[in-house]
Design a protein around this ligand. Structure first.
Ligand code: TXA
Ligand code: MG
Length: 330
């Protein structure tokens, strides 16, 4: 299969730009498109065969449910039930935006493989003109996980999608770099108080300002993994990633130690470390691109410099811990 990329001007909503994508989606195919968080790999969420193409393309485990994307709150309300006042309030306050709400799905709406046969669904309205234009035109709910090979860093550029999906999917809509660079906050509205299953740009503080107390899933004892995806390895480059405290003397020692064994070391940090073989930027926007650059440069070890006292539930820290599998350099 040849993978075509169409450049999309986010400020111009032209019919022709979207015709092919709409056609493919309506016929049960998959299309990659930009959102404000990361690129998504979309398919008709009501068509099990279409959705299975997403799982195949990504090599994604079947028990990890997908996020459904719709064009508005009104559309979302067609597909879910028992929606609490708090959930409605979140929709008004944060949609379109980087907040996925876990809600009771209306029975018989979504293909079973979208929700991994749970009776709940993760749903959001993305805040990106290209995603919204596409969703409005196609008129069906679109299941879309991040458009990367399962386990790899999520794509924040169309080039990242092409790298992972060349020859596997028919079409990529290229809307340039995504603004946020980390996946949406996932908030479980079927618990009381609601629980953040995956931290994102929309923080616990922002949510609490709107709907009162919310919990972080990491703070709850004996929780079965409620966001099934959270138990899998994520965001990992080929080389092992180690977290390291933001102490220049320690970092210089670590660089020297790794290089002494003949290995190439990359440092991910705000400040530059010219002593390292490579230095890549570290921020929410830059993280996944930096991790992918580590692969391109075939580095042997990655040091990710984290702030001394990261806040609980910080999205960047959450992704770094996963990429490093919680290993600290010592
Ligand atoms: O920013 C994003 O959310 C991106 C863009 C493309 O929208 N999408 C994304 O999807 O990150 P994905 O599939 O890579 O992540 C879905 C997350 C997983 O952690 C999954 O376990 C959780 O949402 N999830 C989905 N449905 C769920 C459900 N019914 N109950 C609990 N967790 C669910
Ligand atoms: Mg993902």
């Amino acid at each position: 299969m040849e993978t075509q990329t169409i450049l999309v001007d986010r400020n111009v909503n032209k019919e022709e730009t979207y015709t092919q994508a709409v056609e493919i989606l309506k016929n049960g195919g998959v299309v990659a498109f930009p959102t404000e968080t990361v690129y998504g790999l979309g398919a008709d969420a009501t068509n099990g065969e279409a959705v299975s193409r997403i799982f195949e393309a990504k090599g994604r485990p079947a028990d990890n449910p997908l996020i459904v994307h719709v064009d508005s709150k009104e559309s979302a309300l067609h597909y879910v039930q028992n929606v609490s006042d708090k959930a409605l309030h979140c929709m008004d306050a944060f949609w379109p935006g980087a907040l996925t709400l876990i809600l009771k799905a209306s029975p018989g709406t979504f293909a079973g493989n979208v929700t991994a046969d749970l009776d709940t669904v993760g749903i959001r309205v993305p805040d990106h003109p290209v995603a919204l234009n596409l969703l409005k035109r196609v008129g069906i709910p679109i299941a879309a996980p991040s458009a990367n090979i399962s386990g790899k860093p999520s794509p924040t550029l169309a080039e990242h999608v092409f790298h992972d999906m060349d020859g596997i999917i028919p079409l990529i809509l290229d809307g340039g770099a995504t603004e946020i660079g980390l996946e949406s906050t996932v908030l479980d509205m079927t618990s009381e108080p609601p629980v953040i299953l995956r931290p994102g740009k929309i923080s616990k503080q922002q949510l609490e300002a709107e709907i009162g107390t919310v919990h972080l899933s990491t703070e709850i004892k004996n929780n079965a993994p409620k966001a099934p995806g959270m138990k899998y390895i994520h965001y990992a480059p080929e080389a092992p990633v180690y977290l390291i405290e933001d102490k220049p003397a320690l970092i210089l020692k670590a660089i020297e130690h790794v290089q002494r064994s003949g290995k190439k070391v990359a440092v991910l940090s705000k400040e530059s470390y010219p002593q390292a073989d490579f230095h890549f930027a570290l921020s929410g926007e830059a993280l996944y691109d930096s991790l992918r650059k580590c692969d391109l440069m075939k580095v042997d070890l990655v040091l990710a410099v984290v702030p001394l006292n990261p806040e609980k539930g910080d999205a960047l820290m959450n992704r770094l811990e996963k990429a490093a599998d919680h290993k600290w350099f010592s």
